[in-house]
Design a protein around this ligand. Structure first.
Ligand code: GLU
Length: 428
């Protein structure tokens, strides 16, 4: 899916440089924020089910913790690179700052493909990852969470390993835990719902009613499924979803002009978000190439999968009718494509704002875990809506007042908060 020349860290730095210029940041602040504070690269030896040893490469990057403990997910991905994790850690810093939660930015990863690993092998990777980092992560230093191809079970194994090492219960060490084992109600829905809370506000601003809009979505994992559910509840219609088929290593777009049935499709989807083609066809879906999601004649596009998906090569395929792009994924749009989107005046809800619902709910989970007192789901989702809506309104107001592109406005707010924290601490 990703082109070889694409470097997400260079892209994250280019976006930061633009914000630094708008804010006229001094050189030490730029130097501090352009690169992560700390990086950990390590080996994780695992005895595989066939009895042989295999060494997996793991990472944790702590970009900045001036505003609070580092926060960010752990990805399991066969094409994971240090530069991807570095970019993602930087985006986490801005994400926590734009929604104004007292956390910094981190990200972790392991080069592995869970499709080809047994649960026991995955457990060994999780425990090994924590053993390598146990002195440098924890509830008051750096708090991991799920991300691409990791879930609540992985988080619980990691928590169990750290608690075993420290011989203490430390539920605030990790978020995205199973409900009943320190997890928060609403955490599973949070990222997808958060995308739609911001989308709802964008539509209000554009004086569009959700029931008069249609959308096309890339991805059918956790973020995409819950975004589709809430958008549909608001009256919108999703006509297309695209996902990756691990069996033939190709992506497909599933289209139904009358609107997709998210529950029915979820029923024929594997745990990585891959929809069964034959079953979908039997349900009346048209099966198109993976790229087709972007060229649909819709009002809203939601890239809710992974980075580097809207590029110079396909941005011109976006239909004239598209008015809003809500980036549920991290880094889905390259700078080249960004320019075109800005010139065309499409209303962009940038990634670290649109998809901040996950980490915001993680913050609520950490608060609940530290207090050992858990809230009702309505309370969690109500608080999430308030946080997401006020972050969106602050960004859109700044964009309007200073005539900034929405991505730049989000950067200006986030970077200035982080820079201020660094100055207040005497780091620059
Ligand atoms: N992995 C999610 C993200 O990229 C959530 C991170 C978290 O909850 O810490 O925002």
């Amino acid at each position: 899916m990703s082109s070889k020349s694409f470097n997400p860290f260079e892209m994250a730095q280019a976006q930061f440089d633009k914000a630094a210029d708008i804010l006229d940041l001094d050189q030490p602040t730029r130097d501090l924020l352009r690169n992560p504070m700390r990086e950990y690269h390590f080996n994780i030896p695992v005895r595989m089910d066939d009895g042989k040893m295999k060494i997996f490469r793991g990472f944790r990057i702590q970009h900045n913790d001036a505003r609070g403990p580092g926060k960010g997910g752990i990805r399991f991905h066969p094409q994971e690179t240090v530069d991807t994790v570095k970019a993602l850690s930087m985006w986490m810093t801005w994400k926590c700052a734009v929604v104004d939660i007292p956390l910094g930015g981190s990200k972790g990863g392991v080069i592995c493909d869970p499709h080809n690993l047994s649960m026991r092998e995955q457990e060994a990777i999780c425990r090994g990852w924590v053993r390598q980092l146990s002195k440098d992560i924890g509830p008051l230093t750096d708090v991991p969470a799920p991300d691409v191809m990791t879930n609540a079970q992985h988080m619980l194994w990691m928590l169990d390993e750290l608690e075993t090492i420290y011989r203490q219960k430390l539920p605030g060490f990790i978020t995205g835990k199973p409900v009943g084992m320190g997890g928060s109600l609403g955490r599973t829905e949070a990222t997808g719902y958060g995308v739609v809370y911001t989308l709802r506000e964008a539509l209000k601003e554009l004086k569009l009613r959700p029931e008069n809009t249609i959308a096309s979505v890339q991805g059918f994992g956790n973020v995409a499924q819950y975004a589709i559910k809430l958008y549909t509840q608001l009256g919108g219609k999703v006509i297309c979803v695209s996902c990756w088929d691990q069996n033939d290593q190709t992506s497909y777009t599933f289209r139904k002009d009358s609107g997709i049935d998210v529950e029915a499709l979820a029923g024929i989807t594997d745990r990585f978000g891959g929809i069964n083609k034959d079953k979908a066809k039997a349900m009346g879906y048209e099966i198109l190439p993976g790229e087709a999601w972007i060229e649909q004649d819709v009002d809203i596009l939601m890239p809710n999968a992974i980075e580097n998906q809207i590029t110079g090569a396909n941005v011109n395929k976006i239909a004239r009718r598209v008015k809003v792009i809500a980036e549920g994924a991290n880094g889905p749009t390259t700078p080249e494509a960004d320019k075109v989107i800005q010139e065309r005046g499409i209303f962009l809800i940038p990634d670290f704002l649109a998809n901040a619902g996950g980490v915001t709910c993680s913050y609520f989970e950490q608060v609940q875990s530290n207090q050992n007192y858990y809230w009702e789901k309505e309370e969690v989702l109500g608080k999430l809506d308030v946080k997401m809506t006020s972050a969106f309104l602050a960004v859109s107001e700044l964009a309007r007042k200073r005539k900034l592109y929405m991505r730049d406005a989000a950067y200006v707010i986030a970077v200035s908060r982080v820079a201020q924290a660094c100055r207040d601490r005497g780091w620059v």
